[in-house]
Design a protein around this ligand. Structure first.
Ligand SMILES: NC(=O)c1ccc[n+]([C@@H]2O[C@H](COP(=O)([O-])OP(=O)(O)OC[C@H]3O[C@@H](n4cnc5c(N)ncnc54)[C@H](O)[C@@H]3O)[C@@H](O)[C@H]2O)c1
Length: 284
């Protein structure tokens, strides 16, 4: 990739763990590229098959392998060649712990983590199940992957000694954590609410113990990614928000710049739910 110079931030000597790259269009990829331009070193953790996956069907095996391969191809094409990547399933503690042990063994330590992961089984085949019809399993799995994973990853990194004092953790979220949107954002909206509440609680605990900051950033609707493209009605939301936001929709690069700021500086900022949405969230 062509390296440009970041106009503002110098991240030389800082290292970040990036989750949630599925392909070139992933929001996490924009954040990763912005961090690299500023001089940061990156490690990437993407969903893939691990020894902790048991009794996988052929379909699940193929899905995990395809997902990890897609991530590796995107990293090769979009980031520098010295980025190392790990396969992990953030819904499996043993998989997270294994990755953290391997990272600790390699001697790397992190100045920040991007949590850019979400999954909701009630969104399928272009429709979304009403909340009332959401099963316990669908509810718990969305909570697990989209919210609890922040806690599980943070805990495992801390206990492996991977997070530097003063590190910064960012979780990506959406206005649908708080509001009933015009498009269905039901089960996943509840999980995002938990994610944001968790970010605040962790900000208190980790700020006191390790001077670590934890923030959540809500972004405009975005259909470019796999996750965004699967949400029914999101294209209409993109159009509505483009029309109604004072600045129009924010771009992935706008999100990346705020994340880079929160990673590099922003030392007095923690426990916040910030919006990069062209101002849509101020509208009634
Ligand atoms: N697309 C939008 O409109 C939008 C808006 C605001 C916030 N967000 C949030 O941004 C984040 C990234 O989404 P995106 O739009 O870039 O889509 P994406 O599909 O590129 O990213 C979602 C990522 O989650 C990963 N993932 C799912 N289950 C996992 C697991 N068990 N373990 C590890 N990784 C797992 C996927 O592999 C993928 O890389 C998500 O948290 C999403 O909710 C998206």
């Amino acid at each position: 990739m062509m390296q440009k110079e970041s106009p503002v931030l110098n991240m030389a000597g800082r290292t970040f763990l990036i989750t949630g790259i599925a392909d070139q269009a992933s929001l996490a990829m924009s954040v990763a590229q912005t961090l690299e331009i500023a001089g940061a070193r990156l490690v990437v953790a993407g969903l893939g098959r691990t020894e902790h996956h048991r009794n996988l069907s052929e379909k699940s095996t193929a899905f995990l392998d395809r997902t990890f391969q897609g991530m590796q191809e995107a990293v090769q094409a979009g980031l520098s060649s010295d980025v190392t990547s790990y396969a992990v399933d953030l819904s499996l503690d043993a998989s997270i712990d294994d990755m953290c042990k391997a990272l600790a063994h390699s001697g790397v330590r992190f100045d920040g983590v991007l949590h850019s992961v979400a999954m909701d089984k009630t969104i399928r085949g272009g429709t979304a199940v009403p909340l009332l019809e959401t099963t316990r399993e669908e509810f718990l799995s969305a909570m697990d992957v989209s919210a609890y994973s922040l806690l599980a990853l943070t805990r495992s990194m801390l206990s492996a000694g991977l997070l530097n004092k003063g590190a910064s953790i960012i979780a990506l979220s959406y206005l649908g954590a708080e509001r009933v949107m015009h498009h269905p954002y039901r089960n996943i909206g509840v999980a995002k609410a938990a994610l944001e509440r968790m970010a605040r609680e962790l900000a208190q605990e980790l700020g006191v113990s390790d001077n670590i900051r934890v923030n959540a950033v809500r972004f405009s609707p975005y259909t470019g990614s796999k996750a965004g493209g699967a949400i029914p009605g999101l294209q209409e939301a993109v159009e509505r928000c483009e029309r109604e936001s004072p600045l129009g929709n924010a771009k992935a690069s706008d999100l990346a710049e705020l994340c880079a700021f929160l990673f590099a500086a922003g030392h007095g900022i923690t426990g916040q739910i910030l919006h990069v949405d062209g101002g849509y969230s101020i509208r009634g």
